[in-house]
Design a protein around this ligand. Sequence first.
Ligand code: 1CP
Length: 351
Amino acid sequence: MDDVPARADDKPLLQTLKGQSADRLPIWLMRQAGRYLPEYREVRGKAKNFIDFCFRPDLAAEATLQPLRRFDLDAAIVFSDILVVPLALGQKVWFEEGKGPRLEAIEKADDLAKLSADELEPRLAAVYETLEAVAAELPAGRALIGFAGAPWTLASYMIEGQTSRDFARLKRFAYGQPEAFERLLALLVEAVARHLVAQVRAGAEAVQIFDSWAGVLPQPELKAWSLAPMAEIARRLRAACPGIPVIAFPRGAGLTYGAFAEEGAFDALGLDTTLPRGWAAERLQPKTVVQGNLDPVKLLVGGSALTRGVDEILEALGPQRLVFNLGHGVLPETPPEHVADLVARVRGTAS
Ligand code: 1CP
C-alpha cells in the first residue's frame, strides 16, 4: 500500500501558489464538478433539491471527487455553492430547477436586521464535514480547494433575489443607501472570512474567492466594494491560518486587475476569459501567480479551437507562475472527452 498522504509541499498546485517552482504545471477547472458529467447528474438525482445536495456530505464529497477519478487534475474544489453563506445568515434561498438561484430579496435597510452571523459555523457544518470526507480520500499529490463568494457578488444575489442582467436594484441600493450597504458588506466580510477559516480547519489547503460580478462596477466602487472587502477577508484568513494560499477571481475587473496585484493580499489572481494575456504577463505576473484563462466555449467546441487556445495560454503565461484554468466555469453542454483532451494538451506541452 503506497497511500501515505503526500506532504503539502509535494503538491504542484500549492507549490505554484506559494511562488515555488513546481514539479509540473498545475491545472484544475472552475465548476469541474457539475452537470456536464453523467455521474454528477446521477448523484444529484439522489438529493431532494440542490440545497439538500450541498448539505449532504456523502453526496457532496462524491461530486467533489468525481472529476479527479476521470481526469488528471491537480486539485479538487469542494462541492458547495456561494449561496450557502446568505442561507447561513438567515436569508431564504432556494433553487428553481432549470432557472437557478432564488432568494427572498433584501429591499430596504431594515431587512438587514434579520441577518446574523451568530449561527454561521453550525449551520454550515455539513460543508466542513464534506471537506473532511474529501481530505481523507484525496489522491496523493492533489490539493483540496475551499471557496466562497466575495461580498459584492453575494450582495448581488441577496439584493436582486436572483441573477440579474443590469444589477439595477443592487446598484440603486448601494449608491442610494451607502451606510446600509457598507453594513451589509461588513457582515459579509465577517461571514466569508469565518466560513473560509472553518473550511481550512476542515482540510482545505487553498481557497478561492469568487467575485463573479465584479465587472459591473465602475471606479472607484470596484476598489471599494470588490477589492477592499476581498483583501480584508484574505488578511483575516491569514491571521487565523498562516500560509494559506488565497486566489482572488474578480471577474471582469479589467485594468483594475493591476490594483488587485499591487494590493499584495492575494497569492494568485484568477484571470477572466477576456483579460489580455500579454498585459497580464507584463503587469500582473511579476507581482502574483496567475490562473486562467481559457474561454469555456473553446473547451465546449474542442478540436483545434481548444488546442490553439491552450497553446496560446502556455506560450503567453507559462510555464512558471501559472495555474491552468478556464476564464469562467465549465459549461453544462461540454463533452467530458474535451476535458480529457485539455488536460493531455497541458501535460504534453508544459512538462
Ligand atoms: O442543478 C445543478 O446541478 C445546479 C448547478 C450548480 C452547480 C453545479 C449550481 C447552482 N452551483 C453549483 C456548484 C458550484 N457553484 C460550485 C462547485 C464546485 C466546482 O466548481 O466544481 C462552485 C465553485 C460554485 C460557485 C458559484 N455559484 C458561483 C461563482 C462562480 C461562477 O460561476 O461565477 C456563482 C455565481 C454561483 C451561484 C449559482 N449557483 C448555481 C448557479 C447556476 C449559479 C449561477 C447563477 C447565475 O448565473 O447567476
